[in-house]
Design a protein around this ligand. Structure first.
Ligand SMILES: *[C@@H]1O[C@H](CO)[C@@H](O)[C@H](O)[C@H]1NC(C)=O
Ligand SMILES: *[C@@H]1O[C@H](CO)[C@@H](O)[C@H](O)[C@H]1NC(C)=O
Ligand SMILES: *[C@@H]1O[C@H](CO)[C@@H](O)[C@H](O)[C@H]1NC(C)=O
Ligand SMILES: *[C@@H]1O[C@H](CO)[C@@H](O)[C@H](O)[C@H]1NC(C)=O
Length: 392
């Protein structure tokens, strides 16, 4: 059994290595302006669904799955094609051995995955596989910024699908194409009231982007590290299960924490499966931080220092104390555009401009989310990046 799981994980690694993208020269452009008013470079806004936390976990996602079943089946079919191209045995292993692991997930997550499988008609193991993918393959940009009055805005681009099949005809990432139609806003409710909100891919139960109105906001960015996500997931599969899935912890924090400080405490201390960046925003001036996490320990907290005149924190996928590689310096581009738009005009329009500028916006970008904690606002835009556009 274990050999098959090792093979499965090796395949994930192989997918990263066999990048068959046609590599273009880096494509950057001047900082964009005025993109928000006419929703430029967008392909619409996703629908909102309610997930009622008072309902049994095994049925609470049924509404989402009913509406997105076709797209979810298409997406998982595509993942199976990619994985199966390397060895069909892996798919057999997923269907045979992953289901028993679902029981090892903490509640309510195991029951939710089984419920989604039942509602979609897909095997349990394949829904779990779909959820595992996000623990490993997410590239992003996240920003927490405040205006002159100290009001906080938290925004992100979610880029996903790197190295997972290049559509030669369309010059796009296959998985990214399949993902865009799966984007949904989720309104998690309890006692008939909004408990928290997130942007999700239908079929996925973790939380990569979320807002607890009047309390805090969180986004999760991948932290590349060769012995990180793969090893943690492998250990979890093989039975060492003392860590949280990184995106289940964020959901648990949304559920349990009631303030920025409580959220920060959980996100900095709990043991997790993969190294990540948690980007956290609060409700008070200066409450913005990038938490750089190792699996078992905290590596760094970079908080917004308003005394020093700082008015935003920004994270892509690199540690703040290292230089990003030359082929992926979205951080420099995003910072340049934040500084260009300046502190004066901070708001959804100015941050949207930054997240719409290539290569911060790139071919992997599935959505842009904008959050304002006091108003409890979450706006999501499905993105498209017109040619010429950098693959990541
Ligand atoms: C590729 O482009 C064709 C034609 O524009 C379109 O019909 C098709 O859906 C695209 N494929 C994907 C995966 O988006
Ligand atoms: C979320 O659900 C609550 C309770 O049903 C409702 O009052 C609220 O309007 C919903 N919000 C959104 C954005 O759908
Ligand atoms: C990274 O963040 C830490 C904590 O805020 C800070 O001490 C350090 O100077 C930062 N490094 C760089 C290069 O900005
Ligand atoms: C914030 O900046 C001020 C002024 O530059 C400095 O004195 C202080 O130590 C900084 N605070 C932190 C927590 O780094």
């Amino acid at each position: 059994v274990n050999m098959q799981f090792i093979t499965l994980l090796a395949v994930f690694a192989a997918l990263c290595v066999f990048a068959n993208a046609q590599v273009l020269p880096p494509y950057t452009e001047d900082c964009q302006h005025g993109m928000y008013a006419n929703h430029a470079r967008c392909a619409g806004m996703p629908p909102t669904f309610e997930v009622n936390l008072d309902q049994d976990p095994s049925v609470r996602w049924n509404g989402v799955v009913q509406h997105k079943k076709k797209e979810l089946v298409a997406m998982i079919g595509q993942i199976k094609l990619l994985v199966g191209a390397i060895s069909p045995k892996i798919i057999t292993a997923v269907d045979q051995y992953l289901p028993e692991l679902i029981q090892k997930l903490p509640e309510p997550y195991g029951a939710e995955i089984q419920g989604i499988a039942k509602a979609s008609g897909l095997p349990d193991g394949e829904i779990l596989l779909f959820n595992i993918f996000y623990e490993i393959f997410t590239v992003c940009t996240s920003i927490v910024a405040q205006d002159d009055a100290g009001k906080l805005y938290h925004a992100r681009n979610l880029d996903f699908g790197l190295f997972m099949g290049w559509d030669v005809k369309n010059h796009t990432w296959l998985i990214t194409e399949y993902l865009r139609p799966l984007v949904v806003n989720v309104n998690f409710t309890r006692g008939g009231k909004t408990a928290y909100k997130s942007v999700n891919f239908a079929g996925y139960i973790g939380l990569l982007t979320g807002i607890k109105p009047n309390a805090f906001t969180i986004t999760l960015n991948e932290r590349f590290n060769i012995d990180g996500g793969f090893v943690g997931m492998l250990e979890w599969i093989m039975g060492q299960r003392d860590g949280h899935w990184t995106s289940f912890l964020t959901r648990t924090v949304m559920d349990k924490a009631s303030s920025y400080d409580e959220a920060m405490s959980m996100l900095t201390k709990e043991v997790i499966l993969a190294p990540v960046y948690y980007i956290v925003g609060g409700v008070k001036s200066g409450e913005g931080a990038v938490v750089t996490r190792d699996r078992t320990k905290l590596d760094n907290v970079m908080a917004m220092n308003t005394t020093a005149g700082e008015w935003y924190v920004l994270e892509t996928n690199y540690d703040n104390w290292t230089n990003p590689p030359f082929f992926d310096d979205r951080r420099a581009d995003a910072k340049k555009c934040m500084d260009y738009s300046g502190k004066k005009g901070v708001g959804f329009p100015s941050i949207f401009d930054v997240l719409s500028t290539k290569p911060v916006l790139n071919q992997l970008t599935t959505y842009t989310a904008l959050m304002q904690v006091n108003a409890g606002t979450l706006e999501t835009y499905i993105r498209e990046c017109p040619h010429p556009c950098y693959p990541w």
